[in-house]
Design a protein around this ligand. Structure first.
Ligand SMILES: [Mg+2]
Length: 256
C-alpha cells in the first residue's frame, strides 16, 4: 500500500492537565485490514496495551466497531472492556451491561433473506450476519461494487424510515437508522466513567467520521488513520503508528 503520510511526526499526546476518555476502532486502526474479517491478528501486546490504558484512564476506554460485540470478544478476549458494536446498535458499558437495538429487527430480517440469495449466487461474496446489522464483503469481487450498491440501495429503500446502507472498505453494511459511531460515543460520554472526560477517538474508515464529528463537538482529539478525506485534525499512518502513539501516551500517563 502506498502511503503519502510521513510517519516521522506523531500527533501531540493528550495533555496531562485534562481527564480523557479513549475510543478506538479496531479494523484498520488497531489491527491491519486482512482479506477475511476472521483473520485479523490480535496479539498479547495489543491486549496488554488496552488493559493498561483502561487502568490508567479509570476504565474510560471503549472499542467502537462495526463488528458485533461477540465477534470483538472472540478476537480481543477482554470481556470487561467497554464496547459498542455494529456501529452503535449494541453496546456494553464498563459494568458489563449489554444492550442491543431492537426497532429495526423485522425489516432487517426481511432483507437478510434477499441478500443471502444474492451471496449464494457468487462464491466471492461473503455475508456477515451480526444480529442487528448485515455486512456484505466484496473484497474478492471489487469490480462488482457499483452493481451491488445499486441492488442494496433499492433493497434498503423499501424501508426508508428503518434501515440505511453504508459503504466501507470493500464492505456494504445494512443497519438500523439512528445508530452510528457518533451516537455510540455520545452514549458512553453520558455516563461514568466516561462522563465529564474529553474524548479521543482513533479510526480509519468512513463510518468513523461520525465519531470524529462528535469528538470535535466536544473539543476532543480526532485522529484519522491512513489517507483519505477526514474531519479529524490529526493523522497516524497505520496501526503500527497507532500502537506507537498509544505506547507514548501510556508512558506519559505513567510518569509521576
Ligand atoms: Mg476500521
Amino acid at each position: 500500500m502506498v502511503s503519502t503520510i510521513s510517519n516521522e511526526k506523531l500527533p501531540e499526546l493528550p495533555a496531562r492537565s485534562r481527564a480523557w476518555a479513549l475510543f478506538l476502532d479496531l479494523d484498520g486502526t488497531l489491527v491491519e485490514l486482512v482479506d477475511h474479517p476472521d483473520n485479523i491478528a490480535v496479539d498479547d501486546a495489543l491486549r496488554t496495551r488496552l488493559e493498561t490504558l483502561s487502568t490508567l484512564l479509570d476504565g474510560a476506554v471503549a472499542v467502537i466497531s462495526g463488528r458485533a460485540i461477540d465477534d470483538l470478544d472472540k478476537h480481543l478476549t477482554l470481556p470487561t472492556l467497554a464496547m459498542s458494536g455494529q456501529h452503535g446498535a449494541e453496546w456494553r458499558d464498563s459494568q458489563g451491561q449489554r444492550q442491543i437495538a431492537q426497532a429495526h429487527q423485522k425489516a432487517l430480517e426481511a432483507v437478510r433473506h434477499q441478500v443471502q440469495q444474492r451471496v449464494d449466487r457468487d462464491d466471492a461474496l461473503y455475508l456477515e450476519d451480526k444480529g442487528a446489522s448485515l455486512a456484505l464483503h466484496y473484497r474478492h469481487r471489487p469490480e462488482a461494487g457499483d452493481i451491488l450498491k445499486g441492488e442494496l440501495v433499492s433493497l434498503v429503500n423499501e424501508y426508508p424510515d428503518t434501515l440505511e446502507l453504508h459503504q466501507g472498505k470493500f464492505v456494504f453494511e445494512i443497519k438500523g437508522q439512528g445508530y452510528d459511531k457518533g451516537v455510540a460515543l455520545e452514549r458512553f460520554l453520558a455516563s461514568p466513567p466516561f462522563a465529564d472526560r474529553c474524548p479521543v477517538f482513533i479510526g480509519d474508515d468512513r463510518t468513523d467520521e461520525d465519531g470524529f464529528r462528535t469528538v470535535n463537538a466536544h473539543q476532543g482529539m480526532a485522529i484519522k488513520v491512513g489517507t483519505g478525506e477526514s474531519v479529524a485534525a490529526s493523522r497516524l499512518t497505520d496501526p503500527q503508528a497507532v500502537h506507537e502513539w498509544l505506547d507514548q501516551w501510556i508512558a506519559l500517563l505513567q510518569r509521576s
